[in-house]
Ligand binder design. Structure first.
Ligand code: OGA
Ligand code: MN
Length: 298
C-alpha cells in the first residue's frame, strides 16, 4: 500500500489513505507521515479501529510519549486510561458520564477554548493524536487553526512587535478564563506558569508561526491587561474562518496535529447523558522554547 494525502483546506489539513495504523510502520511510511505533519499541520485518518496498545505503538514512531500527569485534576484512583493516554472523554473511571457539577468536567470545559496542547509545560508537546472510540454525539467537532498562515497574515509592524516576545502559560490562566478558580495549594504548584517564545519556526518548512494558546496569561515585561488584550487580538486574527478547518468525527477516526503549528478547540455538544469517548496520545517536544526563570527551571 502506498500512502496518499489529499489536502482538505486551502492552507493545511491532509486526509491520508493507504495505511493501516495497526501495523508497524516502515521507515518510509514514518518519514512520509512526519513530513506530512510538517507540511499540513493536521492529518486525518479514517477507519482505524485501534486498541490502546496500537495507538501507543503508532505514536512512538514520532518521538517520546508525553505522560498525562500534571495536566488534569485526576487522582490516581480516578484514572480510566493508562498514563500514556490523556482521557479527553466525558467519562469517569467506571465509564459513567461525568455529572454536571463534577469538578473534572468543569476543568475539561477548558478544551473549548483555542489552545495548543501542553503549552503549560516547560517542554510543550510536538504532536497530539486523538482517536474517536464511540459513535460521536451531535456537535463536538474539533476545530483547527493554522498558525503559519495566521503569521503570514499579520502586518509588518505586528510581526516586528511579536519577534522576541516571551509569554507565560498556565492551566490556571486557561481555566480562569471560564471562571474555574478553585485550585488546591498542590495544584497551584503543579500548574505554576512557564515561559514560551511567541514566535516559533518550523525546522522543515522554515515557516514562522504565532505560538498562541488559551494557557497564556501574560507577556514577560508587560502589564497583564495590556498583554491579555494584545494576545486576544492575535487570537482573533489567527482564528478567522479562513484559517480554520472543522473536523466532524466518525467512529474510528484518528486525527493527529502539530501543536507547534496549530491551535485547536472542541465545539460544544450535549455532554450530559451522551458518551464521547476520545483518547489522546501525545508526542513530547524536544525541549523548552526559551529559558525559564531560575525558580521554575530548578
Ligand atoms: C485534546 C482536545 C478536543 C476534543 O485532545 O487535546 O483538546 O475534540 N480535545 O476532544
Ligand atoms: Mn487539546
Amino acid at each position: 500500500m502506498t500512502i496518499s494525502i489529499k489536502q482538505l483546506h486551502e492552507h493545511f489539513v491532509g486526509e491520508v489513505s493507504g495505511i493501516d495504523l495497526r501495523d508497524p510502520l516502515t521507515p518510509d511510511q514514518t518519514r512520509e507521515i512526519q513530513e506530512g505533519m510538517d507540511q499540513y499541520g493536521v492529518l486525518v485518518f479514517h477507519d482505524q479501529d485501534l486498541t490502546d496498545d496500537q495507538q501507543v505503538a503508532y505514536t512512538k514512531n514520532f518521538g517520546e510519549l508525553e505522560l498525562a500527569v500534571g495536566s488534569n485534576l485526576l487522582k490516581a484512583n480516578e484514572r480510566r486510561l493508562r498514563l500514556e493516554m490523556a482521557d479527553v472523554s466525558n467519562l469517569d473511571q467506571n465509564g459513567v458520564v461525568l455529572t454536571r457539577d463534577d469538578r473534572r468536567r468543569m476543568f475539561n470545559l477548558g478544551n473549548r477554548l483555542w489552545h495548543s496542547d501542553s503549552s503549560f509545560r516547560i517542554t510543550p508537546s510536538k504532536f497530539s493524536l486523538l482517536s474517536c472510540r464511540s459513535e460521536p454525539p451531535k456537535g463536538g467537532d474539533t476545530e483547527f487553526a493554522f498558525m503559519p498562515a495566521a503569521y503570514d497574515g499579520l502586518d509588518a509592524e505586528t510581526k516586528a512587535e511579536i519577534e522576541g516576545l516571551v509569554t507565560e502559560h498556565s492551566l490556571i490562566y486557561s481555566r480562569g478564563k471560564l471562571g474555574f478558580e478553585e485550585f488546591s495549594a498542590k495544584e497551584m504548584k503543579t500548574f505554576a506558569p512557564v515561559r514560551h517564545s511567541l514566535v516559533r519556526t518550523n525546522d522543515f518548512t522554515g515557516r514562522k508561526s504565532v505560538y498562541l494558546s488559551a494557557h497564556i496569561g501574560t507577556i514577560v515585561g508587560w502589564h497583564m491587561p495590556e498583554a491579555r488584550d494584545f494576545v486576544r487580538e492575535l487570537v482573533e486574527q489567527a482564528t478567522q474562518r479562513k484559517f480554520v478547518h472543522a473536523h466532524k468525527w466518525q467512529l474510528g477516526d484518528l486525527v493527529m496535529w502539530d501543536n507547534r503549528q496549530c491551535m485547536h478547540r472542541v465545539r460544544p455538544f450535549k455532554d450530559i447523558g451522551q458518551v464521547r469517548d476520545m483518547r489522546r496520545t501525545t508526542v513530547a517536544g524536544v525541549g523548552p522554547t526559551v529559558e525559564q526563570t531560575s525558580e521554575r527551571a530548578a
